[in-house]
Design a protein around this ligand. Structure first.
Ligand code: HEM
Length: 452
């Protein structure tokens, strides 16, 4: 790392305080450093230094312009070691091959097909919500919804409720194990000594077993053209004509399952919460739903016309980006704006800070969907808004996620009038692997008189 005084860093005398502040509330700590030091600063977490970047130039440099000089950071690779090195965590030529194989599954036509499954799953959740009395825990319900949507679009009928709960529970346990490995490496030895490690091995075996069973059953019956598993089974390497191996299939299915539900569930939760707190915006979204969707089944062409709703979702992902930070590590020397970097240096693109950077956004903490109308979108500087990342590793599921959220909002708001159950209580945030609500988001759902 360069010995030059740039970039500013947390002074030595504040290191302990800084550790505590980061552990307690990393969003607040980083936002404070952003205000104090500017758009690039250095923090120390345990023994490692991290460069934290909060402006468009640095984000574009690392993710796009010189992306070849960066790979995912160490914590991401630890997740890859535990879950398997599919498209999410692999690097280099192998990643590119997987990306090319998987990409067609997320083309617009394919998303249109998948949207029918999304509508069916959302309708099931709406029917269940009708039976609920009292306020709902929005995050819990949206997690359920996103789990059902990803399970159904990946495995169609190949998985029942018990199956996807097993996948979700095992993944949750494994992610817990990963966080322990990253944050408290010394606990790993303790886990080995107490035999707890074998518990995690057992979870992984359970998860692998379930996925392999589904893959084997589908291979035996021959793939169709309904879901993402069919797409993976029929995908062929453009150069060699080879299909994915059974092990590669397992890794990609687990990767898509884990990438594809928590982020969407968080996005939906925040959007509903913001709508409930802004009745004038809510009324406009409801009017649009009435005009565009009307009565009858929700069609893909209608979803595409929910443009104001799209602005609301974009603004919600600005304020509460579910992927709140992207971590990268330099593969070799580099220079950003005069700052010299060396191999192994860590750069964190702090998306939460970028999305609230006052250099790009007026009243950045205020909810205002007009920021995303056509005129404002055109005028916006590139890479100031990156909820789905950018460059070659841009989220493969970004259109999937937007359609999923639009369907959920359309069907929920068509059926229910929503309001905050505790209007005075501020929402807390919990930045884990994704940015989750840190306190229950309680909403009242009152059934509307006319619906079909
Ligand atoms: C609101 C919802 C979502 C958000 C905010 C989100 C965000 C992101 C971001 C920021 C990245 C880039 C990470 C990096 O550069 O290190 C990413 C990658 C990825 N996402 Fe998403 N995502 C969402 C939904 C989904 C869904 C629904 C799927 C799949 C069904 C998905 C699958 C993936 C995959 C496979 C990658 C890795 C792509 C690659 O490295 O080539 N995501 N996502």
């Amino acid at each position: 790392m360069s010995t030059a005084p740039f970039p500013p860093r947390v002074p030595r005398s504040e290191l302990i305080q800084s550790h505590i502040a980061i552990i307690r509330d990393i969003l607040k700590a980083y936002t404070g450093y952003q205000a104090r030091f500017g758009n690039l600063f250095k923090v120390r977490i345990l023994k490692r230094f991290f460069l934290v970047a909060t402006n468009a130039e640095y984000a574009a440099h690392v993710l796009v312009k010189n992306h070849r000089n960066y790979q995912k950071d160490r914590p991401s690779h630890i997740v890859g070691e535990v879950l398997g090195n599919g498209i999410l965590f692999s690097e280099g030529d192998y990643w590119l091959r997987q990306r090319r194989l998987i990409q067609p599954g997320f083309h617009k036509k394919q998303i249109e097909n998948l949207s029918r499954l999304m509508v069916q799953e959302t309708q099931k959740i709406v029917a269940e919500l009708e039976k609920v009395e009292g306020p709902i825990d929005t995050h819990e319900w949206m997690t359920r919804l996103a789990l059902q949507v990803i399970s159904r679009t990946l495995f169609s009928e190949g998985i029942d409720e018990k199956g996807f709960r097993t996948v979700d529970d095992s993944l949750t346990e494994l992610l817990h194990f990963i966080i322990v490995r990253i944050r408290n490496p010394f606990l790993l030895r303790w886990y080995k000594l107490t035999g707890k490690l074998s518990f995690f091995d057992q979870k992984r075996e359970e998860l692998d077993g379930l996925i392999f069973n589904m893959v084997d059953a589908r291979m035996a019956e021959g793939p169709g053209d309904t879901d993402l598993m069919d797409m993976l089974l029929t995908a062929r390497d453009a150069d060699t004509g080879e299909p994915l191996t059974r092990e590669e299939l397992r890794q990609e299915l687990i990767g898509l399952f884990s990438a594809g539900h928590e982020t969407s569930a968080n996005g939906l939760t925040y959007t509903l919460e913001l709508l409930a707190g802004h009745p004038e915006v809510l009324a406009k979204v409801e009017r649009e739903i009435e005009q565009v969707v009307g009565e009858g089944e929700l069609a893909f062409s209608q979803i595409m016309r929910l443009t104001y709703m799209r602005q609301v979702i974009d603004e919600s992902l600005r304020l509460y980006p579910p992927a709140w930070m992207i971590g990268r590590e330099a593969l070799g020397p580099d220079e950003i704006n005069g700052l010299k970097l060396e191999e192994g240096d860590s750069v964190s693109v702090f998306i939460y800070g970028l999305h609230r950077n006052p250099e790009y956004w007026n009243n950045p903490d205020q909810f205002d969907p007009e920021r995303f109308n056509e005129a404002n979108k055109k005028a916006r500087k590139p890479y100031t808004y990156i909820p789905f990342g950018g460059g070659p590793r841009l989220c493969i599921g970004h259109q999937f996620a937007i359609i999923e959220m639009q369907i959920a909002l359309a069907l929920i708001l068509k059926r229910f009038r929503i309001s905050r159950a505790n209007p005075e209580q501020p929402m807390e945030l919990f930045p884990s692997v994704t940015l989750r609500p840190g306190s229950p988001v309680l909403l009242n759902l009152e059934a509307k008189e006319t619906h079909n």
